[in-house]
Design a protein around this ligand. Structure first.
Ligand code: HEC
Ligand code: HEC
Ligand code: HEC
Ligand code: HEC
Length: 122
């Protein structure tokens, strides 16, 4: 029985390690954020650099609760998703999770604008 748990533990450890690897590969292959002064926050700099996007975010429900850019775009250094990832939505919106395999949609962003969050057709 002990051996069984040990094997299970090893499998889990291997899975975590390889997952980390895949993650690292993905963000390496992806575009890089421009090399900037990282002592500023995303919001501080982007309110100047991309004011329209900043305003859309600020006016949205996510801006209301100060839900940061990094949750969709990564920290810009270790990981960066220029088009946003929707992997972390479920943490707060478990009720809205979509089984995408069963639909013709691929992502939350097929329907929602990433910054205003509005349904695209509205
Ligand atoms: C000190 C300034 C600065 C900081 C801090 C900063 N950015 Fe940027 N960011 C820029 C500039 C400049 C660009 C390029 C804008 C352009 O091309 O119009 C950019 C581009 C981007 C893009 C678009 C990239 C693309 O390829 O289309 C995203 C997304 C982005 N930043 C997210 C973030 C996030 C998330 C953070 C915080 C983790 C952050 N930025 C922090 C200055 C900054
Ligand atoms: C809920 C997820 C989400 C959050 C939070 C978010 N974004 Fe985005 N962002 C996206 C998506 C999705 C796209 C891709 C939009 C597209 O392709 O039309 C995007 C695109 C961008 C781009 C590139 C725009 C372009 O025209 O190429 C920039 C710059 C950007 N975001 C900056 C930010 C900044 C700065 C913040 C925080 C103030 C932020 N984002 C917060 C989802 C998000
Ligand atoms: C850290 C928690 C958190 C995460 C993660 C999160 N959200 Fe939200 N989101 C909120 C909160 C809080 C609200 C406001 C809830 C309310 O009004 O009921 C909200 C509201 C929304 C709304 C409704 C906007 C409106 O105007 O009514 C949409 C759409 C949305 N989120 C999409 C997303 C998507 C897509 C993701 C993943 C990229 C995401 N959220 C990730 C916290 C989060
Ligand atoms: C097929 C289109 C579609 C997809 C895909 C989609 N949504 Fe929505 N979602 C909608 C529509 C339509 C509304 C209602 C919009 C409105 O009333 O403005 C909505 C509303 C919401 C709301 C507000 C809920 C409320 O009770 O007001 C949240 C949060 C949300 N979606 C999150 C998500 C997340 C997270 C994903 C991805 C896992 C996602 N949505 C994928 C179409 C979609």
């Amino acid at each position: 029985m002990k051996k069984f748990y040990l094997t299970l533990l090893l499998i889990i450890a291997a899975a975590i390690i390889s997952y980390g690897f895949i993650g690292a590969q993905q963000s390496e292959e992806g575009d890089k954020h421009p090399d900037v002064d990282w002592t500023l926050s995303c919001q501080e700099c982007h309110s100047e650099m991309t004011p329209d996007i900043y305003k859309d975010w600020e006016m949205s429900k996510h801006g209301d609760v100060d839900f940061g850019c990094y949750i969709c775009h990564g920290d810009g250094q270790e990981a960066f998703y220029p088009k946003g990832t929707d992997e972390r939505c479920g943490g707060c919106h478990a009720g809205q999770l979509v089984e995408f395999e069963k639909t013709k949609f691929n992502s939350c962003y097929d329907c929602h604008n990433g910054h205003t969050l509005k349904f695209h057709n509205e």
